[in-house]
Write a protein that binds this ligand. Structure first.
Ligand code: ATP
Ligand code: MG
Length: 562
């Protein structure tokens, strides 16, 4: 293709709303255009990259035996009501009505739709297993759309769903998808890590995320330095010993004026933070009701909210306002489990299970207890609700755990019968008995991958596309198009490279050479052939975008080298 015919509106200006390198470069290099918060148009270059990624995804899934379908984006709400998610999904789900007052949603994910498709056409175990996927639009009314394609409201996802006669077969497919996803991300040239993930309210026996390693990633992942263990902080676990408290005070209430933080209490009582109970009070939301919950961890630990939420099977945890705290009978700064109103649920971190001689708030302004015994807390639940810290020990090998940042580009899930049960999607087994399909579900953030590739592959000049994602393999830059010899040589090299099967961009614009080089660096095509002054000696330059190193080659040698 010729640059002069293409719509590639490059720009020098850094767009106001963009802070992340990938967002800035994708806008500046003319890959995408902003339409509104979390909404983007893809310009020709952006569409090429999107198609490249989709092609890699499709090739690998097809070769793993999955079949592509395409489901409606506008989804009747009835299916969502049946699955119980119409209410539960929250504000990310865009709900609307048609002219006849029927409810609809814009699909944020398609479990219900796919189960419905299969329910209507699969009746027997003989038609199983089945893995159906689509590469299609999704809409989520994200609370904070940001970072360009990284977290959009409308975005492109590959979503796949597999259907099986039993759990064992579903697990086989789950492993096959894990391998297939790995091949996809390797082909796209990404440095990624597979980590254990939170299965959340959906339950099921396990889920894994594919994380592209990047400083700018929104997810914190915990990785072991000595073995393969890696987990999203939301799901990470570690080895720990029960808390042994050396200094054991006798149980009594003490006056602790103005000591409302863990630090102030520890200073005042001359104790270590690990000998102190820290209370985090939250409102837990369930399908039909809500309740106040006190989560108790050691003073030196941090509550992990997702783990805390899972410990009580709530849908969500939200903060309690000062008024709500007062209403349930808690005193901010002096909250504690002893003497707290009975209606409040208490969940204590496992590290504290047998600890004694601890300090905690007395639920009275200006007072704490010392010498408290966790065993005396009747009705308390115990669970692992603490965020793993750097330096904690790996549950598998004892190695040291560290934090790193990642971008979630894929998520695979052992779903079981979470959707087939409520939607009554059943098949007849070998004995003619009706059974719900056992399912797996598998997602890839196709449009997010565009941003993830650039987050991992850029420099201070612009994008550096990986081999399979690049919009073109090589660009031929004619330094001065008015020079007839240069122009003819440029077109000839362009034609020859095309004939060899390369996807080539000919920069034949009537612009200064420096301007064209800047665009080459910004756009990030892996290689450039520069047809310039050296042509008089029969040679041209080959530039590698990643290293910006250049080689002078004869015209004949060039084609070989590319
Ligand atoms: P996140 O935790 O980043 O919000 P998620 O866990 O809600 O993502 P899934 O439901 O697992 O997302 O969706 C599958 C994939 O779709 C994700 O792994 C991610 O790559 C992509 N994705 C999810 N939300 C967005 C979004 N708002 N914009 C772009 N891609 C997204
Ligand atoms: Mg996910």
């Amino acid at each position: 293709m010729r640059f002069s015919n293409l719509l590639i509106p490059t720009s020098k200006e850094t767009p106001n709303e963009a802070t992340l390198q990938s967002h800035i470069y994708l806008l500046r290099a003319g890959f995408i255009q902003s339409v509104g918060s979390g909404l983007y148009n893809y310009l020709p270059l952006g569409k090429m990259v999107l198609d490249n990624i989709s092609r890699v995804v499709k090739e690998e899934l097809d070769s793993a035996g999955a079949q592509e379908v395409s489901l409606g984006f506008v989804t009747p709400a009835a299916l969502w009501i049946e699955s119980g998610r119409f209410e539960k999904y929250g504000k990310e789900l865009l709900r609307f009505k048609d002219r006849k007052d029927n409810d609809f949603v814009l699909g944020p994910t398609h479990e219900e739709m796919m189960v419905n498709l299969v329910k209507q056409s699969v009746k027997s175990y003989k038609q199983l297993p089945l893995n159906l996927y689509q590469i299609n639009l999704k809409f989520r009314d994200e609370i904070r759309p940001r970072f360009g394609l990284m977290r959009g409201r409308e975005f492109l996802m590959k979503d796949g769903y597999s259907f099986h006669a039993n759990e064992e077969d579903m697990k086989r497919e789950f492993h096959l998808m894990q391998e297939t996803y790995s091949i996809i991300f390797e082909r796209l040239g990404l440095d990624f890590r597979i980590v254990e993930a939170d299965s959340g309210a959906i339950g099921g026996s396990g889920s894994k995320e594919f994380m592209v390693l990047a400083e700018s990633g929104e997810d914190t992942i915990v990785v072991c330095q000595s073995c393969e263990y890696g987990a999203n902080i939301e799901a990470a676990v570690c080895r720990y010993a029960p808390t042994q408290n050396e200094k054991k005070d006798l149980f009594e209430k003490v006056h602790t004026p103005n000591a409302t933080t863990i630090e102030e209490v520890c200073d005042f009582l001359h104790i270590d933070a690990s000998a102190c109970m820290k209370v985090v009070a939250k409102k837990a939301l369930y399908d039909e009701h809500s309740e106040a919950v006190m989560f108790i961890v050691r003073g030196n630990d941090t509550l992990q909210e997702i783990k805390a939420c899972n410990s009580i099977n709530a849908n969500e945890l939200v903060d309690l306002s000062e008024e709500e705290l007062e209403d349930v009978g808690l005193v901010a700064g002096y909250m504690g489990p002893i003497g707290a109103p009975e209606a409040i649920k208490i969940v204590v971190d496992k590290r504290l299970q047998d600890a004694s001689g601890l300090a905690c708030g007395a639920n009275e302004s200006g007072y704490h207890y010392v010498g408290a015994d966790v065993k005396a807390l009747e009705n308390a639940l115990f669970d692992d609700i603490v965020a793993v810290k750097e330096g904690d020990r790996c549950i598998h090998c004892g190695g040291e755990l560290h934090y790193t940042k990642g971008i979630e580009v894929g998520h695979i899930f052992q779903l079981g019968t979470r959707y087939s049960d409520p939607l009554k999607a059943e098949f007849l087994d070998e004995n003619g008995k009706s059974k719900p399909f056992v399912m797996g579900t598998y997602g890839i953030g196709v449009s997010r991958l565009i941003a993830a590739i650039i987050e991992q592959n850029h420099d201070d000049k612009g994008c550096i596309w990986t081999k399979e994602s690049a919009p073109f393999d090589v660009t031929v830059i004619i330094s001065n198009v008015k020079d007839e010899a240069q122009y003819e040589a440029g077109v000839s090299v362009y034609e020859q490279l095309k004939a060899k099967g390369f996807n080539v961009l000919l920069d034949d614009r009537k612009e200064r050479f420096g301007f064209k080089m800047k665009d080459f660096e910004l756009i990030g095509i892996p290689k450039a052939v520069v047809i310039g002054k050296k042509l008089e000696e029969g040679s041209v330059e080959l530039i590698d975008r990643a290293t910006l190193s250049s080689k002078t080659l004869s015209l004949d040698a060039l084609i070989e080298e590319v």
